[in-house]
Design a protein around this ligand. Structure first.
Ligand code: MET
Ligand SMILES: [Zn+2]
Length: 765
């Protein structure tokens, strides 16, 4: 019999139950017991949903209040000294670790997002390193890394795997516990700042193995039949050097689980959604062993209905080679990156719903697939065949004008009319900005009033006219505010935006939106990504009315504000039938028209934000060039339709450009702004060593806390920037947008920023 499996399931609960209770707990409105109670119910609801869908192998141990990597650290007793000294006790497993982390800002969530979607397998073994080439970890999930140092000692502080396994068992549900393998765990955690330069957390492996043994033995004793050990690190380039480590670890663990003679694993899971081509080779390798194979055919990363007929054909190959008992059909990764259920969506049309599949539906898909392979094609399977055919038909008849426009993109459309020095001279005249010009990244505080007006407008409680009046009043206020603090290059403040991606998606053809399609980004932060369903185009201008209104309120130059094509795409669910390159270029053409319209409306500077460009990097270095080529081309396409005197800005939320510097330069933005003060100013060295030639605004203060930076502190920052970058290329701005801040601290901070810039003008005249 072919069985079905799911590797992991969303933890956020139907109706965002976890977010609500966790935030209430933080605010003192819920007790720890209430929090645990809700968590217990959510776990039960997940197991029962997966079971009801007919899935044979149900995951446990993959639940978390905040983040699963963080939980591993807590479970292994790795709690950095500074938390312990602040009242965190190792002996209170019921005190939610997440809460402690939240209140100590020091734990970083800055791991590149692409790492985060590392869920896999029983053991994902890539037999040929090139097999994994096309797999990429492009998810928006952040994992939380805890500091490890040479003296870090492990102990089984909380056996989450055993307790969840038993909790499910008590409900009559047999589950398969899921945990990161030790190599992936140690590869993902952070090395503490004070540890010696040559130290790598992986050196702690020997002392971690006994903890894994303890966990596995306890599970065995409790009756667990299988354990899912995720070692996604195997698909990274660097894992090629880890062969011996894997042998060592899995041989050491083998007495604890039932291992095979030839391979120290019992079954191998493959992500066949990302790389179906690897199947043949893996089948050939497994055939002479007793190992089973788990076919990850139902995508855990996208929201598209699986083509069950095609998956069945693929699985039949495996059945023919290994026999049905050695084959399991499953999801390609945990379903953590998908929304929970399509059934709660009331605004999507029947046609749109027929294209999609969220976590609950994906469980039904793997079950239907296993049933079909066992000779029982369900009605769901038949319906699926019809829906897939209809979707293919829709894809063929999408917007041909847009596709033709992409096909007709010329080299000239990818470049500004003149090189930077010439543009710079034209912009100097046009904008007339002082040296060390001051500006902000775009958003101003999104106050309760703004959100209330938006929600009232959404519910039809206020008219379009009233809503627009309210937004205009906000923009006027932003302009007056900027006059008052004395900034040079203004912004309108983005009050009309719910979200920097959704706002554009809602105005473009080709996107649809869910009402409740929340996906966890980290902790209690969830996002609701737009879905690209067809060719993208811009029916009418999107931001011109607001930017033009803002410009009419001041004689200072106004900076238009757009989200870039790569960021819109990376923070959405892309369509699966057309490459990301094509989708990105369609977006770029729509934005290009917007940029031209802004310029025609008298806007002299236009910022196109690309904070997601770096995190979209593919997993394997070999694929970087291709990605960077189309990503940079998309940016250039969107920004190069204007005359030389228009100043094009771009913003990135980080400054760690070491490995992609040539691409940053090739964007050829007139001004870039980066987050430099939160990180280390040292990161600017790369700009110096590569000789960055355009203007640059390394953020002078961190906007993630209400703390007001002193004038002297900002002067000091500027002084250290002048040491690495030419003074006449420097722009003075905060690290990022100010939408999460209050007006009071914003005013004080920006006043200090302006004073420091004035000082710099005199000092470095
Ligand atoms: C995450 S980057 C945000 C850029 C945007 N323009 C803002 O100021 O909010
Ligand atoms: Zn930013």
């Amino acid at each position: 019999m072919v069985k079905s499996a799911v590797l992991g399931y969303p933890r956020i609960g139907v109706g965002r139950a976890m977010k609500k209770v966790i935030e209430n707990y933080w605010n003192g409105k819920a007790t720890a017991e209430e929090l645990q109670e809700v968590a217990k119910n959510v776990r039960k609801e997940r197991w029962q949903t997966i079971q009801k869908a007919g899935v044979d192998i149900i995951p446990s141990g993959d639940f978390t209040l905040y983040d699963h990597l963080l939980d591993h650290s807590f479970n292994f007793g790795v709690i950095p000294e500074r938390y312990v000294s602040q009242g965190m006790s190792l002996r209170t497993p019921t005190s939610p670790w997440a809460v402690v982390v939240r209140s100590r800002r020091r734990v970083s969530t800055s791991l590149p997002r692409r790492w985060a979607s590392c869920e896999w397998l029983i053991l994902f073994l890539s037999l040929d390193p090139t097999l994994a080439d096309e797999i990429s970890f492009d998810s928006n999930y952040h994992i939380v890394k805890v500091d490890h140092e040479p003296k870090t000692a492990f102990k089984l502080n909380n056996n989450q795997w055993l307790s969840e396994y038993e909790e499910a068992k008590a409900l009559g549900i047999e589950t398969r516990p899921v945990l990161f393998g030790p190599i992936t765990y140690l590869s993902l955690v952070r090395k503490s700042r004070d540890s010696p330069a040559e130290f790598e957390p992986l050196e702690l492996l020997d002392s971690l193995i006994p903890i894994y043994k303890e966990v596995l033995e306890s599970l065995k004793k409790a009756g667990a039949q299988e354990v899912q050990i995720d070692e996604p690190i195997l698909v990274l380039d660097k894992a090629e050097a880890y062969g011996d480590l894997f042998k060592k670890v899995y041989e050491a663990l083998s007495p604890s689980i039932e291992f095979l003679k030839d391979l120290p694993i019992h079954a191998l899971h493959l992500d066949l959604d990302r790389e179906p081509k690897q199947l043949d080779e893996v089948l050939a390798a497994l055939k002479p062993t007793k190992a089973g194979i788990e076919l990850g055919v139902v995508s855990g990363r996208n929201i598209w209905k699986n083509d069950l007929k095609a998956s069945k054909a693929l699985a039949e190959k495996a059945v023919a080679e290994l026999g049905a008992d050695r084959v399991v059909v499953s999801t390609s990764s945990s379903l953590l990156h998908t929304p929970i259920s399509l059934k709660v969506e009331t605004k999507l049309t029947e046609q749109q719903k027929s294209w999609l599949s969220f976590a609950e539906e994906k469980c039904e898909e793997v079950a239907a697939l296993a049933a079909a392979l066992n000779g029982q094609e369900s009605s769901l399977f038949e319906q699926n065949t019809k829906d897939i055919a209809a979707r293919r038909e829709f894809e063929r008849t999408s917007d041909s004008a847009v596709r033709d426009r992409v096909a007709g993109i010329t080299e000239e459309q990818l470049a500004r009319k003149a090189p930077f020095p010439e543009r710079r001279a034209a912009q100097k005249k046009h904008l007339n900005l002082p040296k060390f010009p001051t500006t902000t990244i775009g958003s101003f505080p999104q106050t309760k009033e703004i959100r209330l007006a938006r929600s009232k407008f959404g519910k039809g409680e206020i008219s379009q006219e009233e809503y627009e009046k309210a937004m205009e009043a906000e923009i006027r206020h932003a302009c007056e505010f900027q006059e008052k603090v004395g900034l040079d290059l203004f912004v309108h403040g983005e009050p009309e935006r719910n979200d920097m991606v959704q706002y554009f998606g809602e105005q473009l053809n080709g996107f649809i939106f869910t009402q409740l399609g929340w996906v966890q980004s980290y902790g209690s932060r969830y996002v609701r990504p737009p879905i690209v369903v067809s060719d993208v185009s811009r029916p009418s201008p999107m931001t011109v009315r607001w930017s033009a209104y803002a410009q009419s309120q001041t004689s200072k130059p106004m900076k238009g504000m757009l989200t870039g094509p790569v960021t819109i795409l990376n923070w959405s669910f892309p369509r699966a039938d057309v490459s990301k390159e094509i989708q990105s270029k369609q977006l770029a053409l729509a934005l290009r028209d917007e940029v031209v319209d802004l310029a025609n409306a008298g806007i002299k500077a236009i910022q196109v934000d690309e904070p997601a460009i770096r995190e979209g990097l593919p997993l394997r270095k070999a694929d970087w060039d291709n990605y960077l080529r189309w990503a940079v081309d998309s940016f250039r396409l969107s920004t190069s339709g204007v005359e030389n005197d228009i100043q094009v800005h771009s913003h990135f939320c980080y400054s760690d450009f070491g490995d992609i510097f040539p691409s940053i330069q090739r964007l050829d933005a007139d001004v870039i702004s980066i987050e430099a003060s939160k990180a280390d100013l040292k990161l600017l060295d790369v700009f110096k060593s590569y000789g960055y030639s355009n203007e640059i605004g390394p953020g002078v203060y961190d906007i993630h806390s209400p703390r007001v930076p002193g004038e002297q502190e900002i002067k000091d920052r500027i002084a250290s920037m002048v040491k690495v970058l030419p003074a006449d290329l420097l722009v003075v701005n905060p690290d990022c947008g100010l939408k999460t801040r209050g007006w009071k601290e914003t005013e004080e901070s920006l006043a200090n920023l302006v004073a420091a810039a004035r000082w710099a003008r005199e000092t470095y005249a």
